[in-house]
Design a protein around this ligand. Sequence first.
Ligand code: NAG
Ligand code: NAG
Length: 429
Amino acid sequence: MLGKQGRQWKSMCKGLVLGTLLTSCMILLYCLSAPQVQIDVPEVPVPYSCAHRPARARARALPVSNGSQNAAGQAGTCAPKVDVMFMKTHKTASSTFINILFRFGEKHRLKFAFPDSRNDFFYPSPFQRSQVKDYRPGMCFNIICNHMRFSEAEVAKLLPADTAYVTILRDPAELFESSFHYFGRLAPFTWKIPGEDKLAEFLQDPARYFDPEGYNSFYLRNLLFFDFGYDNNLEPADPRVEDSIRAIERRFQLVMLVEHFEESLILLKDALCWEMDDLLFFKLNARKGSTVSKLTPELKARALEWNGVDWRLYQHFNATFWRKVEAYGRERMARDVEELRRRNEEMAAVCIEGGRAVEAGSIQETAMQPWQPIGEKSIMGYNLKKNVDKRHRKLCRKMLMPELQYLTELGVNLWITKLWGRVRDIINW
Ligand SMILES: *[C@@H]1O[C@H](CO)[C@@H](O)[C@H](O)[C@H]1NC(C)=O
Ligand SMILES: *[C@@H]1O[C@H](CO)[C@@H](O)[C@H](O)[C@H]1NC(C)=O
C-alpha cells in the first residue's frame, strides 16, 4: 500500500525533479545564449602536416593531373591523406559521411578536433579554434568534422597546411524541405503560419512570414551559404555571392553532392588516396519515406527561388563535380560505383537485422537510437544482427552507430546535448 505518505513522497520527488529540470534548463539557456568568450590565443605555428608519416614532398608537388586528381594514386605509391577538414553542412547526409570519417580516423589513429560539451562548435556562432576540446596553440589535429559555421581564417590556424578541405551540397529545394521539417519549429516566425501544410503556405509568400532578423531564421533560407559563413540573405545576383562561391572553390578540394553520394566517395578516394574499404557505409539518420521528394514541381521551383543563393552555389559545384567525373572517366566511375554498392549490400546482409532501416519504435538497443527532431520520431535507425560473425562484429557496430553515440565513444563529452535530450524525453517533446 502506498497511502498518503507515499503520495506525499511522490509529489516531493516530482517537485525535486521539476526543480532540477528548471535549473538545468536555466544552465542550458545560459550556455546557449552566453556570448563566446574571446580568448586571445597566441599564435604558434601548426606543423605543415600532422600525418604520422607525412606523405613525401615529391608526391605532394605533383601537379593535378587530368585523368585523375591524384597522379600518384594511379601508380599505387601515394600515402592516404589523413589531414582532413570536412565542412559538415546541414541536412546533407553528412551524418553518414561523418561515420566514414570516424572509422577512418580510428583506423589510422588520428586526432580529431572535437567540440566540447556538445556535438557542434557552438553553431551558429562562427567557428573559433578555442572551441576545440583540449585546444592548445600549435597542436596537431588531423580531422575536424562537426557542425560549425565555417570561418576559413580560423580553421586555417587550427589545421596543418596540407589539410584537404571537403564538403557536401544538396539540391537546395530538397534541403529546404528537410530543414523546414527538422528545424522549422525552432524558428518562431513559423509558429504563426496557418494551415496543415506550413511549408506550402510559407512558399506561397515567403516575404510575408520570413523575418531575416528572427531567431533561427537562417535555417529556412540559403542554409548552405550560411553554413559556409556568408550572409544568407543576399540576392542571388549580388556580386558578393559570386565572390563567395569562388572563395569556396579555392579552399575546397572536393565538393561532393548528396544526390551522387557514391560517385562523391569515389572522387574522394581518388583525391585523398583512400581505399575502397574506407568508403563502406550505411545510410544513417534517414527520414521515414525520404527517398521520394515531398515537393511538387511547383513547390520545388518556389523553394529554389526562395533559396536562390544556395541554388547558384549548387549549380556551380554541380558543374565542377561532373567535370571531375569526366576527368576520372565515366566508365571507370560506373565500375567503381557498382563495386561500392555491391560491397555495401554485402555489409548490409552481414550486419543489419532484416537488411534495412526501421522506425525508431522498432529499434531494440538504445545505443542504436538516432537523435530525433523536436516533436517527432521520424528518423529511422537499425538493429544490429544478433549473431554477426566475430570478424565483422566491430565493423558492423561502428557502421551502424548513430553520430552522438559514436562521438561519446570517441571521448566527446556531450552533456549539454544529452541534458537537452533528457528534458525532451521527460516533457515528451
Ligand atoms: C585531358 O584529357 C583529355 C582527354 O583525355 C585531353 O584531350 C586533354 O588535352 C587533357 N588536358 C590536359 C590539360 O592534359
Ligand atoms: C548538373 O550537371 C549535369 C551535367 O552537366 C547536368 O546534366 C544537370 O542538369 C546539372 N544539374 C543541375 C541541378 O544543375
